[in-house]
Design a protein around this ligand. Sequence first.
Ligand SMILES: [Fe+2]
Length: 284
Amino acid sequence: MELVTAVIGPLQTNVHLVADARTREAIVIDTAIPGLPWITGELGARGWRLVLIISTHGHWDHTGENAALQAWSREVAAAGGPADMARAGGPADMARAGGPADMARAGGPADMAPESAPALAAHVGDPGLAVVAADGRTHRPDSSGGAEIAAHPADWYRLLDPQPLFAPFPIPPCIPAAELAEGGVIRFGDVRLDVLHTPGHTEGSVCLVAHEAGILFSGDTLFTGGWGRVDLPGGDPDAMVASLARLATLPDGLRVFPGHGSATTIARERPWLEMVARDRRLPL
Ligand SMILES: [Fe+2]
């Protein structure tokens, strides 16, 4: 898993690009305005193909470029962007195919036998992006036409009808299509992100855990030495207590990348997180 981060916009949002080194698929987490040039520039420079746009919650500093970025990704897809080559599998990928793991992904020998080489190229390698809902339903966004937008359904209304809340520029609405919910999973290439529903800052705030990479994307739920505001519309102190108590159960070694501010670790935050869990209230 590869990760690049930039601090963008008037509220200094951490915008993350997460990519799979093998398939060169990438997702973006929290598209603050004016992040479009940085996001598209990084994707282009690294030859990454954007497959999903994620908002950890529906505040404007985490959703602002969703619509513009989706429009851009649709244009790239329509033009047959360079990273489409990587997904379809060039000659190098073909040469690597045939090992047991690739066979399994392609569906086994029976599936492979009748295929011509070009048809095979479309099947081997990676099964592509999947967003698995808590009930086990697998949603496979068709990113060949552009990246879908994913957020927790409880915050979708914020993406559809953005509340500017002192934003210094208009926030374009966008249309979420992929549900991030408790117990859900986002998979692409060898990357797996588990979805934790962590309300409190908003109704539909989520954290994403990449256990293998040892990384937690905590949105505006957990910051270095603090938590996201609970006094804005949709905020809920009791829900925040429960969410922070839950994060206190995560492994010490997880590196935490919040929506704003510096990175930290669960170990470093553990003393006060455990106090919140014990006292069942936020520190004064
Ligand atoms: Fe926020």
